[in-house]
Write a protein that binds this ligand. Structure first.
Ligand code: TYM
Length: 337
C-alpha cells in the first residue's frame, strides 16, 4: 500500500447488531470510497461499546457482525486495514496520556456525553462514558490520521482531537498530525423516519424510524412507507419546511447516485406515495445483496478472524511507533526488559 497517500481513520461501534442507514450513508459509504485514494484504517470500536453495559456473548457476536458488515459494504482488506480496537492495546495506553492532557471542563462540554448521561442519570453513567471522547482522541492520533470520515454527530470529538493534538505538540514538540473532519454535507445527518428533527440513531425511542441494513426487506419497506412526511404534497428538497421529504430525497439520491434536482423533476406532480414506494424498493434491492454478503462472512468465522488478525497486526505496527514516541516525549523511562 502506498505510504505517501494521506491517511484516514474511522471507527464504528458494534453495539446494536445491524448498522442503520445513517451509519452507512453518513460514514461507511465514504470509507469504501476513501480506501481507493487514502491509506485507510477502519475499526470496530468494541472498547467504546463497553461504556454502556453489554452482554459478553452479544458483544463478541456483534463485534464479528460489525466486521462482517464492513466487509459486506465493500471494504477490501487488500486495500485498507480493518481491525478490532481491543486487538491493539496501544489505544488504551495512549488514552491515559490523552486523559492527562484533557481539561475536566473540556470533557464535560461534550454534547454526546451530556445527552446520554442526562437520559440515563448520573448514577447509571460510567466514568468510561465521560472519558469516551478521549479514547477516541487516542484512536485518531495513534494513526497520525489526516482525515476522519464521520457523520456530523462526531464533529465535536474531532474538534477535541485537534485541540489536544495541538496542545501536546505545543508542550512536547511536534508528535501528532492534527486531523481534519471529513464530513459530506449531503449525508452528514440522516434523520429518523418518524421524527425528522432527530438523527437516525440506534438509541432512538422507537425502531420504526430506523432502517436497519439487516432488516427483512418487508420490514424496511414498511418503515419507509410509513415515514412521517410534511404538510403539502409537492416533492421538493427543503430541509427547513419539509424535513421528512428532504430526508427521503437524500437517501434516494445517495443510494442511486442521482442529483436531487433530477429527483425533484422526476417526482414533479406525483404524490409522496410514489417517492416512498420507489424508495422502499431501492432500499430493499440495495440491502438484499448486502445481507447475503454479511451472512457469507459470518458463515466463515475463520476467514473473518484471520482478516481481523492481519488488520490488527498492520494497525499495531503504526500504533506502537506513535505510542513509543509519545511515551518518550512526556518523559516516561523506557523499559529495558
Ligand atoms: P457510531 O458507532 O455511533 O457511528 C458510526 C458512524 O456513523 C455515523 N452516523 C451517522 N451519520 C449520519 N447520519 C446519522 N443519523 C448517523 N448516525 C451515525 C457517525 O457519525 C459515525 O461516523 N464515537 C464513534 C466511533 C469512534 C470513532 C473513533 C470515529 C470511536 N473512535 C475514531 C472516528 C474516529 C461512534 O460512536 O460512532
Amino acid at each position: 500500500m502506498a505510504n505517501d497517500r494521506p491517511r484516514v481513520l474511522s471507527g464504528i461501534q458494534p453495539t446494536s447488531g445491524s448498522f442503520h442507514l445513517g451509519n452507512y450513508l453518513g460514514a461507511v459509504r465514504q470509507w469504501v470510497a476513501l480506501q481507493e485514494t487514502h491509506d485507510a484504517f477502519y475499526m470496530v470500536v468494541d472498547l467504546h461499546a463497553l461504556t454502556l453495559p453489554q452482554d459478553p456473548k452479544a458483544l463478541r457476536d456483534n463485534t464479528r457482525l460489525a466486521a462482517a458488515q464492513l466487509l459486506a459494504s465493500g471494504l477490501d482488506p487488500e486495500r485498507c486495514t480493518v481491525f478490532v480496537q481491543s486487538h491493539v492495546p496501544e489505544h488504551t495506553q495512549l488514552s491515559w496520556l490523552m486523559e492527562c492532557m484533557t481539561g475536566f471542563g473540556e470533557a464535560s462540554r461534550m454534547t454526546q456525553f451530556k445527552d446520554k448521561s442526562a437520559k440515563q442519570g448520573t448514577d447509571r453513567t460510567s466514568v468510561g462514558l465521560f472519558t469516551y471522547p478521549v479514547l477516541q482522541v487516542a484512536d485518531i492520533l495513534l494513526y497520525q490520521a489526516n482525515q476522519v470520515p464521520v457523520g456530523e454527530d462526531q464533529r465535536q470529538h474531532i474538534e477535541l482531537t485537534r485541540n489536544i493534538a495541538e496542545r501536546f505538540n505545543g508542550r512536547y514538540g511536534n508528535t501528532f498530525t492534527v486531523p481534519e473532519p471529513y464530513i459530506l454535507r449531503e449525508t452528514a445527518k440522516i434523520y429518523d423516519l418518524q421524527d425528522p428533527s432527530a438523527k437516525m440513531s440506534k438509541s432512538a425511542s422507537s425502531p420504526k424510524g430506523v432502517v436497519d441494513l439487516l432488516d427483512e426487506p418487508k420490514a424496511s419497506a414498511k418503515k419507509i412507507k410509513s415515514a412521517v412526511t410534511d404538510t403539502g404534497s409537492e416533492i421538493v428538497f427543503d430541509p427547513e419546511n419539509k424535513p421528512g421529504i428532504s430526508n427521503l430525497l437524500t437517501i434516494h439520491a445517495t443510494l442511486t447516485n442521482t442529483g436531487i434536482p433530477e429527483l425533484e423533476q422526476k417526482y414533479a406532480g406525483k404524490g409522496y406515495g410514489a417517492l416512498k414506494t420507489d424508495l422502499a424498493e431501492i432500499v430493499s434491492e440495495w440491502a438484499a445483496p448486502f445481507r447475503d454478503r454479511t451472512r457469507d462472512f459470518l458463515d466463515d468465522p475463520e476467514t473473518l478472524d484471520s482478516i481481523l488478525a492481519k488488520g490488527a497486526e498492520k494497525a499495531r505496527a503504526v500504533a506502537a511507533e506513535t505510542l513509543a514516541q509519545a511515551y518518550d516525549r512526556v518523559g516516561l523511562l523506557p523499559s529495558k526488559h
